[in-house]
Design a protein around this ligand. Structure first.
Ligand SMILES: N[C@@H](CCC(=O)N[C@@H](CS)C(=O)NCC(=O)O)C(=O)O
Length: 199
């Protein structure tokens, strides 16, 4: 399998953490970010976004949730998306919170990369507000998430890792002691350590 990737994308990291947890990391060949520039990614994912996983038969899978769902049916290790309807809905809802942090985080970082006279601080603050409210919500959920390794906790790890990487000034640990206490050991899992964005 070939994964169109970027070393800094939190969505790619979500997929790679899932691959590690399912024992599949060594079956995935990373393309490197150049396929975002040279047209290869666009040819395989019309949305031109990473991650996109290209299977050995040429089928391309996107986006990150679909790829994690695919990996969940391969390999071994903890089941990432429960089969039970109620449990699956809860995991997907919590995944949506974490995914929303990633989306808003990436959007706010992209906004800062515009030419100075085109940066719109209201847009940045709107995205930061989403991140802060989602982190507040996760503070209320994290005890129930416990030490599970599933789509919701993997995504939460990837999202908080991205906030540390790009938005450290948010100081997300302040006022979120339960989430901070959960993240500390989770961030030491080999799947997290092995997928840390370049410093
Ligand atoms: N919903 C998508 C989001 C993926 C995404 O936004 N990827 C970003 C990198 S972090 C990207 O490829 N951006 C390029 C673009 O939007 O043109 C997923 O979960 O895979």
């Amino acid at each position: 399998m070939k994964l169109h990737n970027s070393p800094t994308s939190p969505f790619v990291r979500k997929v790679l953490i899932a691959a590690h947890e399912r024992g599949l990391a060594d079956q995935i060949e990373l393309t490197g970010p150049q396929t975002m520039e040279n047209g290869e990614l666009r040819a395989e994912n019309p949305l031109e976004k990473v991650p996109a996983l290209v299977l050995d038969d040429g089928t391309a899978l996107y986006d990150s949730l679909v790829i994690v769902s695919y990996l969940d049916g391969l390999g071994s290790g903890p089941q990432l998306i429960p089969g039970d309807h109620a449990a699956r809905t809860t995991v997907l809802r919590r995944h949506a919170l974490a995914d929303g942090i990633m989306e808003a985080g990436v959007a706010s970082v992209m906004e800062t990369r515009r030419p100075d006279d085109k940066i719109w601080s209201d847009a940045i603050n709107r995205q930061r507000g989403k991140i802060q409210r989602a982190i507040d919500a996760l503070e209320g959920e994290i005890e129930a998430m416990g030490d599970a390794v599933d789509l919701s906790t993997i995504s939460t790890g990837a999202a908080l890792g991205y906030v540390d990487f790009r938005l450290g000034d948010l100081g997300w640990r302040d006022g979120h002691p339960k989430l901070a206490a959960w993240y500390e050991p989770f961030a030491k899992r080999p799947s997290m350590v092995g997928t840390t964005p370049p410093g």
